[in-house]
Every structure is written in C-alpha cells, then in structure tokens.
Design a binder for this molecule. Sequence first.
Ligand SMILES: [Cu+2]
Length: 473
Amino acid sequence: MVLRRPSRREFMAGLAVTATGLTAGRARLVFAATPADPLVLEARPGATQLLTPQEPETAIWGYQGNAPGPLIRARQGGEVAVKLVNRLEVPTTIHWHGIRIDNAMDGVAHLTQEPVAPGESFDYRFTVPDAGTFWYHPHVHGSGPQLDRGLSGLLIVDEASPPDIDQDVVLQFDDWRIDEDGQIDTESFGNLHDAAHAGRLGNVLTVNGKDFERVDANPGDRLRLRIVSTCNARILELGFGDLDPWIVALDGQPVTPHRLGEEPLVIGPAQRVDLIADVAGEPGGRFAISEVSGEPFEAAEIALDAAEPRPVRNYPPESLLPNPVAVPDAMPDRTIDLVMAGGAMRFLESADYRGETVDGRTLAMDHGMVWALNGVAGMPEESLFTARAGEPVALRLVNDTMFPHAMHLHGHHFVIYDDANAALSGLRDTVTVEPRATTTIGLVADNPGKWMLHCHMLEHQASGMETWFEVLI
Ligand SMILES: [Cu+2]
C-alpha cells in the first residue's frame, strides 16, 4: 500500500505527489481535565477535512467527533479526570498509552474493565507520574477499526521545569485507508490478508488530522517537536532536511540529547519521539518534514515568518529531567521468552486457541487467527508470567516471523539491551522487533495488576499477537 499526501485527484490519477497549497494551522483546543473540571470525551461519529480543501469531508469516528481528539494537558504528578461517553454503536474503552497508570484505569476491555456499552459512560481518573508525550485510544478486542476511523488523541504531561524552548509543537502522524470517494475504506476492516502481512496500511498520511501541517516560527526559534505515530501498522520514516534536530525523549522518557543526523527518523506504530530543533534561517525560509519510506513527499513544514531573526542558541539542549521510573540495575536473571510465530510465508501449523490445539487452517478460516505468541493464538487464559512487586524481569522478544512487530507493554516502561546485555540509553513502552531478530528488554515489574503485552500493529494483535502478565501487590 503506497503512502501519499492526501489529494484525491493525485490518488485517482496515480501521479507523483508534489507540494501543493499550504493549509493554515487550525487552533488546537487544549483541556486540563482535572478532577475539579473533568473533561467529557464523547466517542461519536463526525466528519473532518482529512483531504485537501477541494475534496469532500471524510466521515470518521472521533472523540468529540474530531480526529485527532482533544489535546489533554496535565502537570507531572497531577490527576487527570475524563468521563468517556460512548455515542458509538459498538462497545469501547480508553487506554492511556504509556502512562504508568493505576491498573483499573488502563482501559483494557475484559482485563482491567468491562467494555463501555453504547450509551454508557466510564469515569477515568488517574495520576500521571511521568512527564512526556503520551496518547489515548480505544482498547477493546478488535479495536483496530475504531482507531482507523479516527479515535485517538494526545495526552501531554508537562515537566515541572520545562526545557528552554520558544514553541511546543505537536505533530501527530496517522495513515488512513481512503477509497475513491474520499471516505474510509471500511470494506477492508478485518481483511485476513492484511492481518497476515504488515497489517492494515493506509494510503494517505495526515499530520494533526490535516492533509498538510504548517508550523509558523520566528527565525532563530528553538522548537520542541512532539512526533507521534498513531498509525495502526505502518512504520514511518521521517526526513527533516536541514533541520538536524536533537532527539530528547523516546515514548515520553528522556534520553541524552543527541543529533538525529542524516538518517530518517524511524517511528513505529504508537511510538513517540520528542525533538528539539533550532530553526536558523532568514525570514521566509522553510524546513520541510517529509515521509521518505517510499517515494518521498512533504507532510509538514516549519515556515519562518517575517520577524527579525533572533540569535540562534549555539549550544545543545539540556537533558530533560528523568522520570521516576525504576530500572533494573543489570540484566535481570529471570528471563522470559516470548516467541512470535506465524503470518504470511511462515503460516502456523497449529496453535493453542482458547485452551484447545487447533490446526493453522482452521485457526485462520474459522477464527481469524494467523499469529501466535509462545504457541498461543489470542489472549491466553494463563499469564505469560507473574512477578513479585518490584521484581526485575527480562523478556526475550524472539521474532520468528517475516514481519516487524511493534511490541507494547502496558503499565511499565522498559530498557532495551544490546548484544553485550548493556542497557541502551532511554526507556520505551513500545519497541519494534525486526523480522527474525531478537530484542531483549528489561523492566522492574512494580505496577500491580494485570497488564497486556501485545503487538501494536493492531491487525496482528487482533489475529493472535496478544498476551498478559501479572504483577502481584
Ligand atoms: Cu505485529
């Protein structure tokens, strides 16, 4: 599935995509969502201008009927209060991706709460221990279509002492599968071919729900760019041209600032990368942000306005203050293997499904299951492991398939070990494991409750790649 900027004319003509008219930035509503003033989030149908202004609006599902939903902002250590009201025709929940949250608020249907039925509501109230860039989305079985229709939004937790910047910019990237009428291709929901390959890839890319995002800046500004991928399955590669930003945080957790360099920024589904960049240049100049995994095209730009240039800071950004996340002192002795199997070119011969051994053909044809974790397709009855509170645990994520998988762990952040079992800089909540590769991660299991571990290529999750673990009190 080739990705492009949204323009139906180009789509139908199959032409190469070039930069067209610029779209003025849309004001973003920001909500504090505190217990004193809870935010009511209505999941409901809506319509939005995903494509160029010359194209029709696209019918979506969104929080408040918008895609993305409201940007929620909170202070580190503060409380967030949201009432989810389900105005859809299907059950839903909200998962607060990357928040080390109270288990009862994690939003996983049938594991941490009952799904919220149409017409019903659910009150989410939780503290946010970590500053950083997070997001929210439904988490019911087969929630992929709900995200694909537009249900997602960002949750930003501000540092007590924020970094020295002039502008805090959000860039939420999402790919959509749009048909010839400019509408979401709903017929391909549940497509087993997609599920057995790279997942349901979109054919148009939006930034902040728009065909093209323009960020206005003063020459010399220092910007924080919060890059978020809410793609269901696509791994994006973003080029920043001459901008040469520093990477300062991954999945909300600070890393030692380092230059991105010449390589594109690779960001898997659900991941976030915080950048800091100085926009040196003359008034009227611009920096393009492009998607370069295929034929490169521009998705956003930073446009320098006519203001007098201010002096560019000639020093690197300071490290963000670390969040209070416990990490293992060394590679934990207790290591649990998680072997991913199945998918196209490696189809399952058989797997356990709901307690019975089922052959691969029946799994696929009768149950829509084409992947397995440790020989189990879909949610196992037994947990992958149970940990004592505070126990360090290593997980060897063994990808014995022909596709990458973006593995997401709930309720915790983890370190990634290199081949010498040394922890890489930074913590993540989602890691892309390359085909036929093994990635070892480590965590301190210190958040009590039942937590999911699953592929965030949501069609992979729905067709087998999900499990759970338990942390005892
Ligand atoms: Cu996957």
